[in-house]
Design a protein around this ligand. Structure first.
Ligand code: PAF
Length: 279
């Protein structure tokens, strides 16, 4: 496993294996089984595999959230090495990625940046696209791997790639869950043990909604009732969307593909999750 801290050396290394199929797994570190499943997927498809670890400041709309974001670089490297020795890691500093000013570029996201997560985290998706576009330019991958947990992020990245004809395949992978159903996230380690256990109710509720509710209004009603039984948890939003347009819908059964999105906060940590409704 080789670790590169500069753009110059990363590009040099990439040039050596230019003919090979390159896969990139962009991460902010504190790797969990969700990230590792993306690496495993890349190992099956690509020859030159890169994991980037960079806690991207521009996607945090709140300084406090950025400061407390978990950092476990040594552990991360060990985890990557335990999967395969042939993976390259790009571990840049902030000034390497943002040499002049730590700021986002402008993107037209057709208003997708102003709904759901975007309403609660202004500037978040601009920051994500800024860093992803930088990483794509540096590594120049054929395939880039993202988890379905951040469903809106995935949709925005896919749309941007399509609209700008960026020659990278965006490959999505299902959410990996803890034993109690909680979607794996680097932020889960910020939760107390009892709340982390209790948080398993969220996915249980989503699964029940899928089973018993026939439209979005019924889903909202059920989730409000479920959240009332877990007073520490604040429901930020819940929405059924048409997966193709990302527009909110009520009669989800009339759509070919739809998703239920949810966001909640507990102990100062945002949790997001989603479930496919039509399969
Ligand atoms: O999903 C994440 O961890 C981040 O948003 C990403 C895609 C690595 C960009 O910083």
């Amino acid at each position: 496993m080789l670790v590169f801290k500069t753009i110059l050396n990363t590009k040099k290394q990439r040039r050596k294996y230019n003919g090979n199929k390159c896969g990139l797994i962009p991460t902010m570190g504190s790797l969990h089984k969700g990230h590792l499943s993306l690496i495993e997927k890349a190992l099956k498809k690509d020859d030159d595999i890169w994991v980037s670890i960079f806690i991207n400041p521009t996607q945090f709309n709140c300084e406090k959230d950025l400061k407390k974001y978990p950092k476990n670089f040594d552990e991360d490297l060990k985890k990557i090495k335990s999967i395969s020795n042939k993976i390259n890691v790009f571990l840049p500093t902030e000034s390497e990625i943002y040499p002049k000013k730590i700021e986002s570029s402008k993107f037209n996201m057709n208003n997708l940046n102003n709904i759901f997560e975007g309403t609660h985290r202004p500037g978040h998706f601009e920051g994500v696209l800024t860093v992803v576009s930088k990483l794509f330019k540096i590594i120049n991958p054929n395939n880039a791997y993202f988890g379905e947990k951040d469903f809106q992020q995935l949709f925005i990245i896919k749309n941007w790639q399509k609209y700008k004809s960026i020659p990278v395949n965006i490959i999505a992978s299902p959410t990996i869950r803890e034993k109690n159903g909680l979607a794996m996230s680097s932020r889960n380690c910020l939760l107390s043990k009892s709340i982390r256990n209790e948080a398993g109710f969220i996915f249980k509720s989503l699964s029940e909604c899928k089973k018993i509710c026939s439209n979005g209004n019924e889903i909202k009603q059920k989730l409000l009732e479920d959240f009332n039984k877990h007073m520490a948890f604040k429901l930020n939003y819940v929405a059924c969307i048409d997966t193709n347009s990302f527009l909110e819908i009520n009669e989800f059964k009339k759509f070919k593909e739809s998703r239920l999105l949810i966001s909640a906060s507990v102990e100062g940590v945002r949790l997001i999750d989603n479930i496919a409704l039509n399969n």
